[in-house]
Design a protein. Structure first.
Length: 422
């Protein structure tokens, strides 16, 4: 049985192509059922996120043409259009890749933790669909263990490397606990949405989102138990804000020095943290001249992020060492599976011989033969039958020059140990 990963991600394909091969959640079960029907595929799981789609399979052969054809066909895409964007890994390379994905080493943002949760969802879906068995199931279990070890033993996730995360991290450095703070976010794009999520996860006291399109502000704020306002209402609420984070596409500053000064008077000069991550700026740089205002720009955060990226890269190097060792352990386990049919057959053969001789011994006892003679004959017959075929095959192998079989037998039955009395 071979492990195969076939996929497409942010490095191999542009966003429009990634979107075409993404699996909607309500289509995963159908897709897994179809995958299992392909010739030679015994187990299958599907990971599908905004940045990657990957198929994890246990298969009888190593060819991927049928797998790639199925992926294109499911999404009504030409295989020729899709193939240049695909990558594939087999066995140990596949295991390493899955470990790296779960640890965040293959992510757009190095070390990001969300992918691990997405992989756990992928695993649960495969369990629900009954599309995985021993091999892929064990792969996922080992993957989650490796990801935990990477998070525990390295600093891969300790330093923020996104602008949104860095902004919230700065707020926590200044205020500590955010539960009594009010945050005003200006804008409603991806960065502000991510900032709102980080603030909500850290139990910010109150969240206000201001946007040119008020319905968008309301909708976004509702996701995080906040409320939305229009840009024209900022003056009314600015004095409430302990934290102001701005990121819009405006060509002119939305907050000037006079507006902020008036808000500070209403706040009785309680300090305000302002973070402007817009280019061009949403907050007039002259605001920094005011007492009780701590204004940081995207350039200030960029330095923090660059430093943190270097720190994460060092942690990533440590993580790669962990993954290398753990991939070797997993492959050793998979190789041990090859012995199971032989071991089972050997045990069944020995049990059959034992049952035959036991029945013969019972008949002898019933016929009046001495128990001592019966036991002695039973032992003699078992030894003879268990050793006859191996001895014949060993003599044949040695005669043909295959002396390695003798060494294997010595190891298998610990003959050298027996000789020394161990």
């Amino acid at each position: 049985m071979y492990l195969t990963v076939l996929g497409i991600n942010h490095r191999s394909a542009p966003v429009e192509v990634r979107g075409q091969v993404a699996f909607p959640p309500d289509k995963i079960e159908q897709a897994l059922a179809e995958l299992r029907q392909l010739g030679g595929i015994h187990e299958a799981a599907i990971l599908s996120t905004c940045n990657r789609t990957e198929l994890y399979c246990a298969r009888e052969d190593t060819t991927i043409d049928s797998l790639a054809a199925w992926l294109g066909g499911f999404h009504r895409l030409s295989p020729d259009d899709l193939r240049p964007h695909l990558y594939a890994y087999q066995d140990e390379l596949a295991v390493r890749h899955v470990f790296r994905v779960a640890a965040g080493l293959d992510s757009m943002i190095l070390g990001e933790p969300q992918i691990l949760g997405q992989m756990k969802d992928c695993y649960q879906q495969a369990i629900h669909s009954k599309s995985i068995d021993t091999l892929v199931n064990r792969l996922f279990q080992h993957t989650f263990s490796v990801a935990k070890q990477v998070r525990t033993d390295t600093a891969i996730g300790a330093s923020p490397v996104s602008v949104a995360f860095a902004a919230v991290g700065l707020a926590r450095q200044i205020f500590g606990d955010l539960t009594s703070q009010t945050a005003l976010l200006i804008g409603a794009g991806e960065t502000i949405e991510l900032t709102a999520r980080h603030l909500h996860e850290r139990d910010v006291g109150q969240l206000i989102i201001a946007n040119r399109t008020v319905t968008r502000a309301h909708d976004l704020a509702a996701q995080f138990e906040g409320f939305g306002i229009g840009l024209d209402e900022i003056d009314v609420h600015l004095a409430e804000a302990d934290i102001v984070i701005a990121s819009t596409g405006s060509s002119v500053a939305l907050l000037d020095k006079a507006t902020v000064k008036a808000a500070l008077r209403k706040r009785k000069h309680r300090p305000v943290l302002m973070i402007d991550i817009a280019v061009p700026p949403d907050i007039d740089p002259a605001v920094a001249e005011l007492d009780d205002v701590y204004l940081y720009t995207v350039d200030d955060l960029k330095q923090v992020i660059d430093d943190n990226l270097r720190s994460r890269q060092e942690a990533a190097d440590q993580a790669e060492e962990i993954i290398e060792a753990q991939a070797g352990r997993f492959m050793a386990w998979t190789r041990s599976l090859d012995a199971i049919p032989t071991l089972r057959a050997y045990r069944e053969h020995a049990e059959t011989l034992g049952e035959t001789e036991l029945e013969r011994a019972r008949r002898a006892l019933a016929g009046g033969t001495s128990p001592d003679d019966v036991v002695e004959q039973l032992a003699r017959n078992l030894v003879r039958k268990l050793t006859h075929d191996p001895c014949v095959n060993m003599r044949t192998a040695v005669a043909e020059g295959e002396t390695s079989l003798l060494e294997a037998i010595r190891i298998l039955f610990r003959l050298d140990h027996d000789k020394t009395g161990d």
